[in-house]
Design a protein around this ligand. Structure first.
Ligand code: KG4
Ligand code: ZN
Length: 336
């Protein structure tokens, strides 16, 4: 089974080809990616209209590149998967339109994949794939969730953010500090030169007793601190960045630990853009050694949005019993 996957939910156009047998971990055959980060940088964030237009420009050349890398012709494809949401509507429509048109022309199924399911399953393409069941910490620009994952399609939400996502907290705090877009990696780089204990920032919901998150108050605390510093901010930026990062990471690690404890599981999958954060990785690594957990991350190239995770999710759904009508119907934001 050869599945083409197209991701276009935000500011990355990704196309990839995955090969799956009825059993075993699917294999990545070819992948091509274009990031729009440089294009959006001048605007300090993603401009949806520009994003959609760029996806249109990129999607077919990237498809050709992924196919060429795999050494496969279009008529050999057995299904076309695309990100059906969540994401920017115009951006999603580009991937969905191209995928459905290709599928119709080739006479093969078009399969809609939930973007977060792609992130969730992406570590299966790594050299050390996880085994079910596991707890997943999904930390992206739009989502912060803890899930118990018992198998493909068997996802139980344990907790999630009640306001901003962790990535959003990074990005908005970075904006307060006058760092560029995307803010998360910039703030994290600056934090390496700062003292995380220099400012006492709140750890929202740390002891709430549930597995939910809240990051909106943290952004306000960073803003208040920055205003208080006034002209002194310039010299204290690295310290404030370090304190912000420490607050976000502390909460993520604390809640991940609580989720593992509550479920009695010892495997943790970390996926989504924030999973690239060095401090998060270091602290989870320490906790894993201390508590005997197994940690799984996607390959670095698959941490941010990409087509491979979309093709992979479609392939793994096929392995557990083909695609349902829901997989093949256009829908937004529904985790099947
Ligand atoms: O998963 P992703 O690529 O896109 C979404 O689906 O949202 O995640 C992007 C988010 C952004 O908020 C970005 O700032 C954050 O991940 N991010 C990081 C780092 N790299 C990416 N946040 C903290 N530290 C990083 N190293
Ligand atoms: Zn994503």
């Amino acid at each position: 089974m050869l599945i083409l996957g197209i991701e276009s939910s935000c500011d990355e156009t990704g196309v990839a080809l995955v090969e799956a047998a009825p059993q075993g971990v699917p294999r990545l055959r070819g992948a091509a990616l274009h990031s729009q980060v440089a294009m959006h940088r001048d605007y300090g964030g993603v401009v949806p209209e520009l994003a959609s237009r760029d996806h249109i420009r990129r999607v077919l050349p990237l498809t050709e590149a992924a196919m060429a890398q795999a050494g496969v012709a279009l008529h050999a494809i057995d299904a076309v998967a695309y990100t059906r949401g969540p994401g920017l509507a115009g951006a999603l429509l580009v991937g969905a339109g191209v995928a459905c048109a290709l599928a119709a022309a080739l006479g093969v199924p078009a399969v809609g994949v939930h973007h977060l399911e792609g992130h969730l399953l992406s570590p299966f393409l790594s050299a050390d794939p996880p085994a079910f069941p596991f707890v997943a910490l999904l930390v992206s620009g739009g989502h912060t969730q803890l899930m118990r994952v018992d198998g493909v399609g068997r996802y139980h939400l344990l907790g999630e953010t009640i306001d901003d996502a962790a990535g959003e907290a990074f990005d908005k705090s970075a904006k307060v500090l006058g760092l560029g877009y995307p803010g998360g990696p910039a703030l994290s780089r600056l934090a390496e030169q700062g003292d995380p204990a220099a400012f006492a920032l709140p750890r929202p919901l740390l002891h709430s007793g549930d597995l939910d998150f809240s990051f909106a108050g943290l952004k306000t605390a960073v803003l208040t601190q920055a205003r208080k510093l006034g002209p002194a901010l310039e010299a204290r930026k690295a310290d404030l960045a370090a304190a912000t990062e420490a607050a976000i990471v502390d909460v993520l690690v604390h809640k991940a630990r609580a989720a593992l404890k509550a479920t009695g599981l010892n495997r943790l999958v970390v996926a989504g853009g924030v999973g690239a954060n060095r401090r998060l990785r270091a602290q989870l690594g320490e906790a894993a050694t201390r508590h005997g957990w197994r940690l799984h991350y996607p390959e670095v190239a698959l941490c941010t949005d990409n087509g491979a995770m979309i093709a992979l999710a479609a392939a793994m759904r096929w392995q557990v019993g083909a695609w349902s009508a829901a997989d093949r119907a256009w829908a937004f934001d529904v985790l099947p």
